[in-house]
Design a protein around this ligand. Structure first.
Ligand code: NAD
Length: 494
């Protein structure tokens, strides 16, 4: 298979300076999907120089907001034009179903449109009352400069777009580094940005490993901001690497997300069916490789046996396979490493006393598949309850009182997302108010809106994506203070 030139610098597609390449594997059967450029430090430095020159040259930062917004809207249109192609590419690369790939493209288009509308509707600056008619004081917002955007493999296109759309809307230039496991749709997105008319040098892409490419971006003195989505271990390295140059740091890290179910939510058959169905969806969509996966079921003790029995029955029915095959509901894990990690967590849980109610094994055949797994009888000290598995593994814990439910749900170093299921409106409000998580769902799980901030408390990260705060990440505030009647101060007498 011939190499696809996936490094994009100053408007040109290139191979790596070293000539190195990497095989991108199809997780369904470990065959080669594509051969891409394997960038390293020299490629990263060249990309940063191009982004720096494009920013300092000023064309994109000085482009009127309405034109920048128009480019974002054109990109959204192009994504919709190529929805099938890009949705399929995402399905093949990340091992998700074709329908999930299509939905990702729709969500990405919506994010581009959202940020286009957000900047278009803004006023030029905030006038500040300085207490004197002689002073004109205004706070304006300007682009940060060169942004390094580092993304993971579970939602490659979506995660890149949540960074690229606001970065461009605010007038920045950038270098994006997708996960080395799933670089294909990020390259496709850069092609569409070029087609939409983005000037050369504004959008740069380096494919390659976390170290050296991501590490160099985080440390590079000419990068003004690093926005990272990925695991906690890599995130802390990024923060450390960014410290010497005091760049802005935004981190979207992992989660260990509680799904709290009160018995009153299941008082009717319909309520029971809905809560079980959504618990299944929360834990197993995309084989649990979702930062906000509801991987901790915290269910009221009186409901446990009935709830878990039905959950396990339905988990056993989930159809695994190639995401493009009709009827398939879940794809494989993304890599051999992710499969080994999942197997290791399940083994450790069983050795610590968890009870296997569903799954717990790989199906026969090739690829990185793992059966949706339900582990009953878990407790807060188990590794599988405390650490992010990022696979199709659901742990079950129980509570008797509302206080106990809240304490368990907050007993995590993470704080990305959580849900509460109850028919009692007062309880819903109380529990939602007490959960220390960046997103709280009441009687739902997983939806997000481009208009609403996304991000985490605790070790789930720093900063927010989406919503007005997701645009603010990519800006510096500047206070312009004009004295309309300047006079000497005479602080010094001489
Ligand atoms: P990862 O941390 O291994 O890799 C993420 C990215 O960082 C990749 O591009 C990788 O090459 C790069 N990287 C690795 N080491 C680096 C270093 N030292 N310096 C700079 N970059 C480096 O994560 P992953 O396995 O690709 O993704 C899974 C993780 O991402 C999970 O923990 C998941 O929860 C998290 N995630 C979070 C969100 C969110 O919105 N909070 C969304 C998606 C995924």
């Amino acid at each position: 298979m011939s190499e696809q030139k996936t490094i994009h610098i100053a408007g040109k597609w290139r191979s790596a300076v070293s000539g190195a390449t990497r095989e991108v594997l199809d997780p369904v059967d470990a065959t080669v999907l594509a051969v891409v450029a394997e960038g390293a430090t020299a490629d990263t430095d060249a990309a940063v120089s191009a982004a720096r020159a494009a920013f300092d040259g000023g064309e994109w930062p000085a482009t009127p907001v309405a034109e920048r917004a128009e480019l974002l809207r054109r990109t959204a249109d192009l994504l919709q034009r190529d929805r099938e192609r890009i949705g399929l590419l995402e399905s093949l690369d990340a091992g998700k179903t074709l329908e999930e790939g299509r939905v990702d493209v729709d969500c990405v288009s919506a994010a581009f449109r959202y940020f286009a509308d957000l900047v278009t509707g803004e006023s030029a600056g905030r006038v500040v009352d300085a207490g004197s008619p002689d002073i004109h004081s205004v706070v304006v917002h300007e682009p940060v400069g060169v942004c390094a955007l580092i993304t993971p493999w579970n939602y490659p296109l979506l995660q890149a777009s949540w960074k690229i759309a606001p970065a461009l809307a605010a007038g920045n230039t950038f270098v994006v580094k997708p996960s080395e496991i799933t670089p294909l749709t990020t390259a496709a997105l850069i092609e569409l940005l070029v087609e939409a008319g983005l000037p050369a040098g504004v959008a740069n892409l380096v494919t390659g490993p976390g170290d050296p490419v991501g590490a160099r971006l985080a440390a590079h003195p000419d990068v003004d901001l690093v926005s990272f989505t990925g695991g906690l271990t890599s995130g802390t390295k990024v923060m450390r690497a960014a410290a010497d140059s005091v760049k802005k740091v935004a981190l979207e890290l992992g989660g260990k997300n509680p799904n709290v179910v009160f018995a009153d939510a299941c008082a009717t058959e319909e309520g029971f069916d809905t809560a079980v169905d959504q618990a299944l969806n929360a834990a197993f969509i995309h084989s649990g490789q979702v930062c906000s996966a509801g991987s901790r079921l915290i269910v009221e003790e009186s409901l446990r046996e009935r709830f878990v029995a039905e959950l396990a029955r339905r988990a056993d029915l989930i159809r695994l396979g190639r995401g493009t095959d009709p009827g398939v509901e879940c794809g494989p894990l993304v890599s051999a490493g992710q499969l080994a990690r999942t197997e290791e967590y399940v083994a450790s849980a069983l050795s610590e006393g968890a009870v296997l109610r569903a799954g717990g094994e790989r199906p026969d055949g090739p690829g990185y598949f793992y059966r949706p797994t339900v582990l009953d009888g878990c407790h807060r000290l188990m590794r599988v309850v405390r650490e992010e598995v990022f696979g199709p593994v659901l742990t079950v814990e129980t509570f008797r009182t509302e206080d106990e439910a809240v304490a368990l749900a907050n007993d995590t170093e993470y704080g990305l997302a959580g849900a509460v299921w109850t028919a009692d409106q007062g309880r819903a409000r109380r529990v939602a108010g007490r959960l220390r998580h960046g997103t709280v769902w009441i009687n739902d799980f997983h939806p997000y809106l481009p208009q609403a901030e996304w991000g985490g408390f605790g070790k789930s990260g720093i900063g927010r994506e989406l919503g007005p705060a997701g645009l603010a990440e990519y800006r510096e505030a500047k206070h312009v203070y004009q004295n309309l009647a300047p006079r000497p101060v005479r602080w010094f007498a001489g």
